[in-house]
Every structure is written in structure tokens, then in C-alpha cells.
Design a protein. Structure first.
Length: 255
């Protein structure tokens, strides 16, 4: 999806949802930021995109364009950070995933990933298949159908129709509960993340949350980590290969 089409999508969202944003102000600001980007005024575009992102409900298009502006400014860590934020909201967007892959290819640290158990991968893929609201609508539809079939069970005088209504209702009720759970998980994925991105050019990871701790390894800008604990100005992090250590809070930004 190009910058222009993302602009159009953003405008549509703004004009359709007055509660989500102030339509005229944010649409105009978004267009202005995009023009600054096209004029190669990346620092000014970044400032305006950040203002939009901070003042309203997050939209992946804003994060995506912000990531592009940071990438053009050669600020790899921040570019990956905002591509990751965009991906949280729209995990199946081809443009977001492609630009994130391009940015990740430029990271200095090449860390092996311990693959997730196949069931977890399958469930994550299922949850991300549709937006949270769509899963919620499907849950409501299945629940309504289940209640309708229960009416057949209670009011039909035919034995086989009663059995069909009862068992079908139980199946649809189960599906309704599953899609409701999927909706809640998809919503949680969008707003809750323990991932963070290294934003400093390089940072030394310590064995304990203090400067006197042993140096374990060094990470570079753009590396993705998982935050597992926090003590004052220190964060305990875990890499995708399982290695752990402590880093100063200012060296990373949460996704």
C-alpha cells in the first residue's frame, strides 16, 4: 500500500469516526506531514506524525509513515519501532511487513530465533487473521444463531428437529465462545506488548541492574527484545535466542 492510499484510508477513518479523532485537524495534519515527507523534510514530518500519533487513537497508517520517515532519516531503531507498532495494529498488512523486513535486514545483530511450538504459531496466526471487531461480530452472529436453534428445541414437536436444534445450538454456542475469546486476544495483541526495540547505536547488556554488573554482550540499534522485568532505571530483557541481561531503560523503547 502506497503512502497515498494510506492517506486516503486515514482520511476515511477520520471522517467516519468523530469520536476517534478531530477530523479536519488530524486529516489536514496528516496530509501536511505526508507533503513534508515527499519534500524530503523528514525531521519536520516526523514531528508532525508524532503529534498526530500522540493525540488520538492509534492508526497503523500514521505509525507506518512515521517509520518510513525515520528510515529515510537513517534512524533505524526508531524506524523499526514504529513499523512494529503498525504491525501490532495491522499484522497482515503486506507493506508494513515488507518495510519491516527491509529494515530488519540492516540490523547489525543477527540473532537466532528459538521457534515457538507449532500450536502457539497456529493460534497466533488464527487470532491475527481478522480484526478484533470482526471476531466480536462473528461471535454475536453465532450466538444469535444458537439461540434461534434452541427455539426449535423448545417449541418443535418433531423429535429429530428437536435433536438437530439442540446439538446444533451447542456447537454454535461453543464456536461463539471461541470467537469471543479470539476477539479478546486480538484486542490484547493490539495494546499489550512486552516487546521493545533498542534505539541507541549500541548498548552494553549487564549481568545485573547496575553499572558494576558484568558486561555480557552488546546490542545495536534496531534489535528487538522482550522485557521480562523492571527495577528502577533498568530493564531485564530476553533475546529471541534465549539470552538474558539488564539494560538501562533509556536505551530501549517499548512497542
Amino acid at each position: 500500500m502506497s503512502m497515498r492510499s494510506k492517506t486516503a484510508w486515514f482520511l476515511a477513518v477520520c471522517f467516519l469516526s468523530a469520536a476517534a479523532c478531530a477530523p479536519a485537524a488530524h486529516a489536514a495534519s496528516f496530509q501536511e506531514a505526508n507533503q513534508l515527507y515527499k519534500d524530503n523534510k523528514y525531521d519536520q514530518a516526523i514531528e508532525l506524525y508524532r503529534q498526530i500519533a500522540a493525540s488520538r487513537v492509534p492508526i497503523p497508517e500514521v505509525y507506518f509513515n512515521l517509520g518510513n520517515a525515520y528510515f529515510k532519516s537513517r534512524k533505524l531503531g526508531h524506524a523499526i519501532l514504529y513499523y512494529e507498532k503498525a504491525k501490532l495494529l495491522s499484522p497482515n498488512d503486506e507493506d508494513i511487513n515488507r518495510n519491516l523486513a527491509i529494515a530488519n535486514a540492516r540490523i547489525v545483530d543477527k540473532i537466532d530465533m528459538i521457534p515457538d511450538f507449532f500450536i502457539k504459531r497456529w493460534l497466533t496466526g488464527l487470532v491475527n487473521l481478522l480484526p478484533s471487531n470482526t471476531w466480536a461480530i462473528l461471535s454475536l452472529v453465532f450466538f444469535t444463531l444458537a439461540m434461534t436453534l434452541l427455539l426449535l428445541y423448545f417449541f418443535s414437536g418433531t423429535r429429530w428437529i428437536k435433536r438437530f436444534g439442540f446439538y446444533s445450538a451447542m456447537i454454535l454456542l461453543t464456536v461463539s465462545l471461541l470467537t469471543l475469546w479470539t476477539s479478546s486476544r486480538r484486542a490484547a495483541y493490539s495494546v499489550e506488548s512486552d516487546a521493545a526495540i533498542v534505539i541507541e547505536p549500541s548498548v552494553t547488556i549487564k549481568s545485573s541492574p547496575d553499572e558494576a554488573g558484568n558486561n555480557i554482550f552488546v546490542l545495536h540499534e534496531g534489535t528487538r527484545v522482550i522485557v521480562t522485568d523492571s527495577i528502577e532505571n533498568w530493564k531485564q530483557i530476553r533475546l529471541s535466542d534465549g539470552n538474558k541481561g539488564w539494560v538501562q531503560r533509556s536505551a530501549i523503547e517499548p512497542v
